[in-house]
Write a protein that binds this ligand. Sequence first.
Ligand SMILES: Nc1ncnc2c1ncn2[C@@H]1O[C@H](COP(=O)(O)OP(=O)(O)OP(=O)(O)O)[C@@H](O)[C@H]1O
Length: 367
Amino acid sequence: MTKANSQTKSKGRVLVALSGGVDSAVAALLLKEQGYDVSAAYMRTWMNEEGGAVLEDCPWEEDIRNAKAVCLKLGIPFEVVNLIDDYREKVVHYLVEGYRRGITPNPDIMCNREMKFGVFRDFAKSNGFDFIATGHYVRKGERNGRACIREGLDGNKDQSYFLAMVRQEQIADALFPIGEMEKPKVRELAHKFELPNASRKDSQGICFLGKVKIGEFLENYIEDSPGPIMRSDGKVLGEHRGLHRYTIGQRKGLGVPSNTDFKNYVVVAKNYENQSLIVAFDEPNAPGLYECNFEVHSLSWISDAPIDGERILARPRYRDPSLDVIFELNENETARIRFSEPQRALTSGQVVAFYLGDVLLGGGYYL
Ligand SMILES: Nc1ncnc2c1ncn2[C@@H]1O[C@H](COP(=O)(O)OP(=O)(O)OP(=O)(O)O)[C@@H](O)[C@H]1O
């Protein structure tokens, strides 16, 4: 086919968010096969230069090498977009301030709303692209005549939860080419087309933290602020280095043995008035550990808010199944939800995602 021919037949210009991993590489491959005019860009969000020793392991250079090699193989243009400042402001700041305030933020969800479908999308639009694409395991659908997101076909890889806080305009021109596929098929395609990263391991964890533990990262930003570790009956068991280092439901790293066979302590509350970390035996009746009722705030809907009588499902956290809930919409983008079974350790700042069947409706934050 001549260049002119291929251009007239193009389905439009798409900028693929290419991470260096296999999923977005196969997304780019599929779009090219489908007749789009494909370019790719790597978002540079790592803050290795300011994180000093903590972040020196960051594999961003390897990511870029992989992304570049994929583009060379596919014969598509590649560039690195430096979004470090935006990332610092929109994700890192939110993460650090959230921990400082005692909530448990979700930087992956923020990264999707503010970076991939925010700054990155704006960059694509201002450079004349018709679409952006990612390697997320989600499908595009339609609800009430508007774009919506459905769970990925591969139930084990579904990433719709992470898109719970994006809005209609952010996804209207987004493409998710691998959402209809199962992961083994994605790998198989990568091998078949000899993509240079076909055997690369899947990435894990918060996008910029890599191998670094969140506690170690936060040490760069939040000073220790010690206080007592206290049992719910008031007995002091030890001292902690700062409430921001703990989250409700945490069992590991507490440093206080229960001295009771088959029983472990678990964090059930953080009391900021006297800086005390409250622990209890990890049992179903531990105070505050299991709840059915939750207040949710800052609700965000991808198309329309659900209407009365719709059977709403809620996914309390990533990888949990979506469950029936009683949903009561209140004013000011708040709601009250009730699960039929008690849920363990859902805590302020975490996100609940709402669904109608496999359609992602939106999400909100636990109060
Ligand atoms: N640094 C980055 N630059 C560009 N796009 C990115 C970057 N990080 C993630 N993405 C995009 O977001 C998608 C989901 O990111 P996630 O970190 O969950 O990766 P993943 O599921 O392991 O996918 P991949 O195999 O493509 O890395 C990726 O498929 C890619 O499209």
